[in-house]
Design a protein around this ligand. Structure first.
Ligand code: AMP
Length: 328
């Protein structure tokens, strides 16, 4: 039997190349190795203040984007998190097993508290508990993670152990699937990562048209000192070329970079072409799904039926173990 893998993406804005290289490219590839369950994490999106119309729009756009990238609803269970309310029920059960100190020490939470000047909502604190529920509700054994999520995954393991110790073995050990981790830096400030929160100039969105890509790469920060750390703009462009350009041209640019003889104008020109030709077929498929939202909603609905099948079965077993018993 195939092992089960779970992952989710938040519908909080448009997808960019960082999301693609850091996570979604793997999602597509992993479909042939695992029984994959992929969710659009709309409950998680509520931790940031988001306009209801925007949340609705982001959710359907993200579904279109993931299908366009190659998430195959025949192979994988692909659904919207809030269509399976057992996620929040299990999250509450887990919250009652989780020491507050485990949550306040999470790096992501600490960063957010600082960013929000101490005014963080409780959802941001309990976010990793909901993540643990997402994974363990399906008794998934594998989760693809980027470096930024390793700490949260460790918490899922702690919570599973606490549950198993108190109520008897039920949840499996969750293992990270560590693929080649690519950290893509911001185009306009390579000291930070490419991110929605750093503004549209920092990223290439999967939906950016050729003229926008040309403009953004044209303006991307480079450096005259050919600094080889990952915090260099030039190195970041080279990294992007590694994944989207030809191997032969990559070798040429890498060599030139090492010898401090690289022409950034040449690299930018070829990188722009490579990105445009990578994104063209993806955007064609996006356009198809954008024009067929009913079909996309049907895919999500059918995915939710499959997800609920597993979730309800496990939820009944969990309720029995902890003394809640069957729903009346
Ligand atoms: P976010 O929506 O920003 O939370 O990103 C979702 C996931 O995409 C993260 O957990 C990472 O795995 C991946 N990701 C986001 N930004 C980057 C980046 N700049 N480089 C690599 N991976 C990224």
């Amino acid at each position: 039997m195939q092992q089960r893998l779970f992952s989710a993406a938040k519908p909080t804005g448009e997808l960019h190349l960082g999301n693609y290289l850091g996570a979604l490219k793997n999602w597509v590839a992993l479909q042939s190795q695992y029984e994959c369950i992929y969710a659009i994490a709309d409950y998680h999106a509520l931790t940031v203040e988001i306009d209801p119309k925007e949340l609705e729009q982001n959710t359907i756009n993200l579904a279109c984007d993931l299908l366009a990238l190659g998430i195959d609803p025949k192979k994988s269970i692909f659904f919207r998190q809030s269509d399976v309310p057992e996620h929040t029920e299990l999250s509450w059960i887990f919250a009652c097993l989780t020491p507050v100190s485990e949550l306040t020490r999470m790096t992501q939470y600490k960063d957010l508290v600082q960013e929000k000047k101490g005014n963080a909502n409780a959802g941001l604190l309990t976010y990793p508990v909901l993540q643990a529920a997402d994974i363990l509700l399906y008794r998934a054994t594998h989760v693809p993670v980027g470096e930024d999520q390793l700490q949260h995954l460790e918490l899922s393991r702690i919570i599973a152990r606490k549950f198993n110790n108190r109520y008897g073995d039920f949840f499996p050990e969750v293992n990270p699937v560590l693929s080649e981790t690519v950290r893509v830096m911001s185009l306009d400030n390579p000291e930070g990562k490419m991110s929605k929160s750093h503004g549209a100039k920092s990223y290439i969105a999967l939906r950016d048209k050729p003229d926008v890509i040309t403009q953004k790469i044209g303006k991307a920060v480079t450096d005259s000192n050919h600094n080889e750390t990952s915090l260099s703009g030039g190195h970041n462009l080279l990294t992007l070329f590694k994944y989207f350009g030809s191997a032969e041209r990559y070798q040429y640019f890498e060599q030139a970079f090492k010898l401090k003889k690289i022409s950034y104008a040449e690299l930018k020109k070829e990188l722009t072409e490579a990105l445009i030709s990578f994104l063209e077929p993806v955007q064609k498929r996006q356009a198809y799904y954008d024009a067929h939202h009913d079909e996309v909603r049907t895919i999500l609905r059918e995915g939710a039926v499959r997800a609920r099948g597993i979730a309800q079965e496990n939820s009944a077993l969990i309720r029995k173990r902890i003394g809640l018993g069957p729903r009346s």
